[in-house]
Design a protein around this ligand. Structure first.
Ligand code: PEP
Ligand code: MN
Length: 354
């Protein structure tokens, strides 16, 4: 499928990646200006800041709202950077356009709601502003594509997608699991759509930003959107995942950007599939351990011993036979399950001895 798109034409010295950087939220005029000047000094061309913040629970910092728009205008005047912010309602769009915001993005929670997307699309009719659409919070590619189609259907032609990872119920390495095959499939389905990666919201942790940026480059993403704050520890939202402009510059300087990387079945892409499957294995193991800890509570309540020998022998025998049917060496599967069982017993002991 090809959407009726025009180039985003974002400033990036004509090199990949284009980078959008700035704080999660515009907190104060001083924080916005300090961060923006530091970023501009490091050569950034596009500044982001959330003015309206969708928060999971009431009571959190919900953004400064329209009062922060003049701060972004000041950024543009003083640094020459383009300015970008998130919009979730037609009223946000109107205020952002009036304030001369250059680039809009639609947040993950909004993309998940087709009514909200249609209202936004209608409010953007007749404008020429570039709009980025973040993936919905749930791993639903059709919903993501639906949002892109609604915008394009309303005549928005400068559209990009942002991959920001997906919610999942289990405790895990990432704040939002990347599920790289989804943006790769999006690229396969809409070949002329530029896709940027948001390592900040995928990782949720500073130390994951650099490796995630590199993965995104290896997979041929066109751009990056990264949260950067002049004083990340004191940030009013997403403090753990923001980096200083200095650190951001260091990360970007060390990125290896290869030419002509295609999101195809290349070796890199196959390796990414392996990485992806390993993280699914890790998620499954985590879930298995959680269930095993619940079993420990049951055993404790019923005064049962931790290791039930028949059950253990049964697992080893059944899994080895299953493995063999799947073309694997049954001895290998036995070893894997002996180790999994040992860790499971260790975790159950912790609970029983509490
Ligand atoms: C953000 O970019 O600060 C944000 C709220 O992102 P997301 O919609 O991806 O959660
Ligand atoms: Mn954020």
């Amino acid at each position: 499928m090809i959407l009726d798109l025009q180039p985003l034409n974002l400033p990036s010295d004509n090199r990949r990646p284009f980078v959008i950087a700035g704080p999660c939220s515009a907190e104060t005029e001083e924080q916005v200006m300090t961060t923006a000047h530091e970023l501009a000094h490091k050569g950034c061309h596009i500044f982001r800041a959330g003015v309206w913040k969708p928060r999971t629970k009431p009571g959190g910092f919900e953004g400064q709202g329209e009062k922060a728009l003049p701060w972004l205008q000041r950024v543009k005047e003083e640094t020459g950077m383009l300015i970008a912010t998130e919009v979730a309602t037609p009223r946000h769009v109107e205020a952002a356009l009036q304030a001369g915001i250059d680039i809009l993005w639609i947040g993950a929670r909004t993309t998940a709601n087709p009514f909200a997307i249609q209202e936004l699309a209608d409010s953007l009719k007749g404008t020429d502003i570039p709009v980025f659409v973040k993936n919905p919070v749930n791993p639903d590619l059709e919903l993501w594509i639906g949002a892109l189609l609604r915008l394009n259907g309303a005549g928005v032609k400068r559209i990009g997608a942002i991959h920001r990872g997906f919610s999942s119920v289990d405790q895990k390495l990432y704040r939002n699991v990347p599920l790289w095959h989804l943006p790769i499939e999006l690229h396969r389905r809409i070949t002329n759509l530029p896709i940027a990666c948001d390592p900040s919201h995928i990782g949720g942790r500073r130390d994951l930003i650099a490796p995630l940026c590199q993965q995104a480059m290896d997979m041929g993403f066109e751009g990056l959107i990264i949260e950067s704050h002049c004083n990340p520890d004191e940030a009013w939202s997403d403090a753990k995942q923001q980096v200083t402009p200095d650190v951001l510059d260091f990360i970007l300087e060390h990125l290896v950007v290869r030419d002509n990387v295609e999101m195809t079945e290349s070796l890199v892409s196959l390796r990414k599939q392996i990485d992806e499957m390993d993280s699914q294995l890790m998620d499954l193991l985590t879930k298995r351990m959680r269930v095993s800890r619940e079993i420990a509570l049951y055993k404790k309540d019923h005064n049962m011993s931790v290791v039930q020998r028949e059950r253990y022998s049964e697992i080893l025998a059944k899994r080895a036979a299953q493995g063999s049917l799947c073309g694997m060496d049954p001895a290998f599967i036995r070893r894997v399950y002996e180790e999994i069982h040992a860790e499971s017993v260790r975790q159950q002991m912790e609970i029983i001895n509490k």
